[in-house]
Ligand binder design. Structure first.
Ligand code: ACO
Length: 349
């Protein structure tokens, strides 16, 4: 049976370290509040003008491609996951194709926010299993720092997010002891507005009217982009944190167990769980609920914050670089986020 395996993995984080203390220059917050609620100590911010979501993705991709022992010209499909694309359109995939001087291959962008990378990996996995492609590049990258509200008004969201990128190259394998065993994808659009960036967008208040009561400050404009929207900070992400927390702590364990059950495995069989780095409290809750030891869960949100579509490949790459994953180890990737969407992938390294 043909499966896909991760043949190469890479990560990139920008040089600039921004501590919690640094954020107190812009907003009323504190290192103690941020660490207690999220576990985050610092995050990285991209260079304002010289780095973009695509350029960071390219840096991670270069490493993944080299480690796979191939060249950019060998890649035959790109899947790029991000919520902070360089342009509203076209997507970042084509910009990677151009920057890396690849052949005129297919390039697809995935807009699934925090679960974007696991969704992208699943898409790539299907192309490999089906025999259509041999070298698929999957990237998760975010430049959040360009689109956050750094005033006290936006502090519940802005302190959480950071910039960075991760990438993998998937190739086919027929080995029983290696590769992606299964992927599991879910969504529930009922709560789409709970964690969202409303504008610019084409909704013209269509969806919001049913739920405006929940957003007393949110008087969403009728136009695609207006001065009023900017004045009211409607061009920044909105998050009802407690509601996200409640759903995440149910869906994370559920989708991890779904992956384990589908392959006749138990939490005890896991060498490492790589959860989307949403919030250290969520990861700790999931660890406890599944009866996993601290050694079985990899967290690096303390250093990078929540990097959305980049968080899973960043954590996976770092865990591997730190010697936490060896050949044949059972690894579960799991994510939950805006949409809501959630997903898992079980693989043998
Ligand atoms: N610094 C200081 N005070 C703050 C900050 C801040 N950065 N942000 C909010 N506060 C204040 C609020 O103003 C509020 O003050 P008040 O009680 O005087 O009104 C108080 O802290 C509590 O605010 P809440 O929004 O209720 O904060 P909560 O305790 O829920 O913590 C948090 C916020 C950490 C986001 C929490 O809701 C949470 O863990 N949510 C899970 C969602 C999550 O982690 N999302 C990550 C991104 S989405 C994803 O990846 C899936």
């Amino acid at each position: 049976m043909t499966r896909s395996r991760i043949a190469g993995i890479g990560m990139y984080v920008p040089e600039q370290v921004v501590t919690n203390q640094d954020l107190t220059k812009y907003m009323e917050t504190s290192d103690a509040w941020i660490q207690e609620r999220t576990g985050i100590k610092e995050r990285r911010y991209a260079h304002r003008t010289e780095e973009t979501t695509t350029t960071m993705g390219v840096e991670a991709a270069k490493i993944a491609i080299e480690r796979a022992g191939i060249t950019p010209q060998d890649i035959d499909f790109i899947v790029f996951a991000t919520l902070s694309p360089d342009y509203y359109f076209p997507g970042c995939g084509v910009l990677v194709q151009r920057a890396m001087k690849m052949k005129e291959i297919g390039a697809l962008d995935v807009r699934n926010q925090c679960s974007g990378f696991v969704y992208a990996l699943s898409v790539a996995d299907q192309f490999i299993r089906g025999g259509m492609y041999k070298n698929v590049l999957v990237i998760g990258s975010e430049k959040h720092s360009f689109g956050l509200d750094f005033s006290t008004r936006g502090r519940n969201v802005s302190v959480i997010f950071g910039d960075g990128a991760g990438a993998v190259v998937l190739q086919p394998t027929t080995s029983d002891n290696q590769g992606i065993l299964s992927t599991h994808l879910h969504s529930d659009g009922e709560s789409a507005e709970i964690l969202a960036m409303y504008n610019p967008g084409t909704h013209a208040n269509h969806w919001m009217e049913q739920s405006l009561a929940a957003f007393d400050e949110a008087e969403i404009g009728q136009m695609f982009m207006s001065h009023e929207m900017i004045d009211k900070a409607q061009n920044f992400p909105f998050m009802d944190g407690p509601s996200v927390f409640k759903k995440a702590v149910v869906k994370f364990p559920e989708v991890i167990m779904e992956a384990l059950d589908a392959n006749g495995c138990t939490p005890a069989d896991l060498k490492l769980l790589i959860p989307h780095q949403a919030n250290l409290r969520i990861a700790q809750f999931v660890q406890q609920k599944l009866g996993l030891s601290e050694d079985q869960v990899y967290n690096n949100i303390q250093k990078y914050g929540n990097t959305t579509a980049a968080s899973v490949p960043l954590a996976l790459c770092e865990a591997w670089q730190n010697g936490k994953i060896q050949e044949g180890d059972l690894v579960c990737l799991a994510a939950f986020g805006s949409g809501f969407t959630w997903a898992s992938a079980l693989l043998k390294w």
